[in-house]
Structures are given as structure tokens and as C-alpha cells.
Design a protein around this ligand. Structure first.
Ligand code: GDP
Length: 380
């Protein structure tokens, strides 16, 4: 954020001042043009509006000192004549409409390099131990739709990315063995190929983690889940080979302890499937859609702060006699949902406290299956 010096001291846009302002405009993505809502517009304001319009940058016309007038359009009417779109009324002093302004700014920011939310593809991959049933599930999922699938080379020589359109949505199923693969020679494949899997995970939005029920959740699976969380990816856990369960009763018993087994990744939803009986395979895609949608969800700052207030009303965090205060928090990014907390004492926000807020936000907003990132900043 660049706080420019403003202009108007000698009431003209002298050559030098104009150059400085132009410099600031050039390096900015968004410009907040702040005007005094209690003063008449001047010729200089129009002149400056003109410069901004010609810059082609995104401009928010902020009209300050609007306490008591936020919803009163008649006060804003004069500002519309500047030709910079809808004026945005705030009161800096009375802290009115500031969260909303922040949300507007964030929504106008250019996307970060890593997010592929722009290109409408939902990227997912089946990951998991060899023989857990990834290929079988893939075939059961899109087997009948092969005609509309195209294959492009994947991360490694024997993997392809499948581009698939289904129900009006576009998917890329990353690093699959392909649909027409020859019979494989299985050798020494007991171990999940971690390195390859990690490469795959970096490329996707949602991981479909396939777990062979006859093998269970082991160290390798946990490592992969940890990596999925670390990279901020969403995950659906698929317990495959349900047909091997002796009875429904035993499955129900197992279901009860799954959250325990998955700890600390129990926020990833799970389903039971059988690829060979085509049981529940049709649930996979709606889950992928849902998880994709949720990881891209944006919460207005005012709601975030209501949630934080509630989170702090239930418990206190302190260190050396100082109690944690969160002045405000805001969601700065999606995929994964990322927040910045402005607090009095960042040291109090240790791993466990951060985890507490993550968990709270997750349940408050129904954020299933996605990691949540929290950055902490000190505010005096
Ligand atoms: P991948 O290595 O993870 O792709 O696993 P595959 O799809 O090649 O499956 C490995 C073996 O497990 C094959 O013999 C499949 O027939 C078998 N399999 C896959 N899904 C199921 C299932 O739901 N139930 C049972 N009983 N066997 C399955």
C-alpha cells in the first residue's frame, strides 16, 4: 500500500507533482481516490479524475466523512459526475463501511500466481497406494464417457492428464495412468510412490485419496495427507473395496472410528466405495465439485469479524498476563481460504491458537475439506 502525499498544497498540478503521482499510479494495481464528502468538488478534482480515468487502472472513488450519510444517495450524487463509477462512502473516523471497502479492494486484486481459479477447470487426481483401486474408480467414473475425454501428457512419462467435460463442468484429472493403458507389471509397488504423488498434488485443487480398506491408513497415507494440507489443497477420502467388509454392521462400527483414524486430518470428508460393484462411485464427482466450490468461497470481512468475536467470547488466550486481542481479521485469498489477523500480541498466536481459529472458522462457515491458512500481523 502506497500512501501518496496527495496534492493541492499549492492548488495546482505542477509538473513535478504530476510526475510523482504518475509514478505512483503506474506501479499500483488499484487506486483509492479519496475525497472529502463534506466539501465541494473542485476543478482540480475533475482534472485528477481525468488522469485516473486515462490511466486505465482500477479506481475506487472513496468518499470520506460520510458518517450518518452512508445510505443516503443524495449526498453521493455530485461525486458520480467525476466519471469514475459509483462513489464508495466511508467514515474513517467512525469506522463505517471500512470492512466493505477492504472486501472491494481484495476482490479487485489480481489473482496470485498459483491459483488457477481463473480458468474454470477443476483439477483433481486420485492419489493413494498402488492397488488401492484408483484406476478401477477412474474407469467406473468415466468409463462410459470416453469419447469426450482427451489425454495430454502428465507429469511423468507413464501418466496423462485427462480433460473431461461432464454436466457442463470442465475437469482435468491429473496424472492418471490413462484409460487405455496396457496391463501393468506390478513390482515392488507396495510403497506408495511418494515423490510422484507430491508432484501430482501440487498441480491440483482437490485430491481424491483412495484408501484400500483391507490395508487401512498407514504412515504413508498420513504423510500424503500432511502434504495435501501443507499445500492448501482440498481432499476427499475414499475408502475403497467396501465389498470386502464382512457385514454392514462391521462397516458402521468402523465408520465411527474413522475420524479418530484420520486425526488430525478429520476435517477431510470421507466416503465408502466399491469400484468393482460400482457402489457410491457416483458420489465422488459431486464431492469434488463441492470441495472446489468451498475452497473458493469468500466471506465478507464483517462476517469474519463476527465469527472471530464469537470465537474469542468462548475462550481467552494469554501469555505473560497479556490477553490476545484480534483487532480485525480479513480473508485475503481463496484456494485455500487465507486470512490475515491483526492482533495486539502475535506471540500469543502459537500453533495451537491458530489451529483453534482454523477449526472455529471451518465449523462456523461450513468450510468442509479444505485447509485454512492464517497469517498473523501485529498492530499497535
Ligand atoms: P490402482 O493401482 O490403485 O490403480 O488399483 P487398480 O484399480 O489397478 O486395482 C487394483 C486391484 O484391486 C485390482 O485387482 C482391482 O480389481 C482391485 N479392486 C479395485 N477396486 C476394488 C473394489 O472396490 N473391491 C475389490 N474387492 N477389489 C477392487
Amino acid at each position: 500500500m502506497i500512501d501518496s502525499a496527495g496534492w493541492g498544497l499549492n492548488d495546482d498540478l505542477s509538473h513535478l507533482v504530476q510526475e510523482k503521482i504518475q509514478e505512483v499510479i503506474n506501479i499500483s494495481d488499484i487506486i483509492l481516490f479519496v475525497l472529502d464528502g463534506r466539501s465541494e468538488l473542485t476543478a482540480l478534482d475533475y482534472e485528477f479524475a481525468d488522469i485516473l480515468r486515462k490511466s486505465g487502472k482500477k479506481v475506487i472513488l472513496v468518499v470520506n466523512k460520510m458518517e450518518g450519510r452512508i445510505d443516503k444517495e443524495e449526498y453521493l450524487a455530485p461525486f458520480t459526475t467525476l466519471g469514475l463509477g459509483e462513489p464508495f462512502p466511508i467514515s474513517a473516523l467512525h469506522k463505517q463501511n471500512l470492512y466493505e471497502l477492504l472486501d472491494l479492494i481484495i476482490s479487485l486484486l489480481p489473482p496470485t500466481e498459483e491459483s488457477h481459479t481463473e480458468d474454470e477447470f477443476i483439477r483433481f487426481a486420485f492419489v493413494g497406494r498402488p492397488n488401492s483401486g484408483k484406476s478401477s474408480l477412474l474407469n467406473a467414473l468415466i468409463g462410459k464417457d470416453r469419447s469426450i475425454v482427451s489425454e495430454i501428457p502428465g507429469t511423468t512419462r507413464d501418466a496423462v492428464d485427462l480433460v473431461w467435460e461432464f454436466n457442463g463442468k470442465k475437469y482435468i484429472i491429473v496424472d492418471t495412468p490413462g484409460l487405455r493403458r496396457p496391463a501393468r507389471v506390478e513390482e515392488g509397488l507396495e510403497e506408495l510412490s511418494v515423490r510422484k504423488t507430491l508432484q501430482t498434488i501440487r498441480k491440483i485443487d482437490v485430491a481424491v485419496m483412495v484408501i484400500d480398506l483391507s490395508v487401512g491408513v498407514r504412515e504413508q497415507e498420513k504423510r500424503i495427507l500432511h502434504y495435501i494440507e501443507d499445500k492448501g489443497k482440498s481432499c476427499l477420502i475414499v475408502f475403497n473395496k467396501t465389498d470386502l467388509f464382512p457385514s454392514l454392521k462391521e462397516r458402521r462400527e468402523f465408520e465411527k472410528i474413522v475420524p479418530q483414524i484420520l486425526q488430525p486430518f478429520d476435517y477431510f470428508p470421507f466416503i465408502f466405495t466399491s469400484a468393482i460393484r460400482n457402489y457410491n462411485v457416483k458420489k465422488i464427482l459431486p464431492w469434488v465439485d463441492k470441495l472446489f466450490e468451498l475452497r473458493n468461497m469468500r466471506i465478507p470481512t464483517s462476517q469474519v469479524n463476527r465469527a472471530i468475536e464469537e470465537a474469542l467470547s468462548k475462550t481467552n488466550f494469554s501469555k505473560k498476563g497479556k490477553i490476545l486481542k484480534v483487532y480485525y481479521a480479513t480473508q485475503v485469498d481463496v484456494a485455500p481460504p487465507t486470512f490475515v489477523f491483526f492482533v495486539n500480541e502475535p506471540e500469543i498466536m502459537n500453533k495451537n491458537v491458530v489451529k483453534y481459529f482454523e477449526k472455529f472458522l471451518r465449523s462456523y462457515f461450513g468450510w468442509i475439506g479444505t485447509p485454512i491458512k492464517i497469517e498473523v500481523r501485529k498492530r499497535e
